[in-house]
Design a protein around this ligand. Sequence first.
Ligand SMILES: [Zn+2]
Length: 144
Amino acid sequence: MAGKRFPWVLTQSVPWAEGAQYTRGTHDGLPLLSYGCAPRDKLATFRQLRAMGLRPNGQDPVAVLYVRHNASKKTVFASLYLIAKAAPVRPMTPAKWTALAKANLARRICRICGKDPLYPLPTSTRLCWPCFEAEGGLEDLEAA
Ligand SMILES: [Zn+2]
């Protein structure tokens, strides 16, 4: 493959710095950056924000970072957010813990017997194993 896939482009204005900056063009309408050229003190991915105890706070990504994975020959894109606009992660409140526990419990209640078999049920059937077998089980799936 001749030439670079993402050549350097001098971009006139970017949200994270004053004046023109070199980028790798655009991706989905956002400035594209390569590994090592995004300022670590100004831009961060969602997971990097989380590691700092921050959340994007409703802001849209201001840039896209791409990374080449050599083993799989794939290019991975990651949204970058402005650290300056990020807000601290909201702490878990008792109500949030309750809602989470309810949601996780709902994943374990069998639709037929209403019991909790102590494992999350398949989303396709939401049946515990005894009920799934009583309903015809794998024979139905194999016939289909
Ligand atoms: Zn059941």
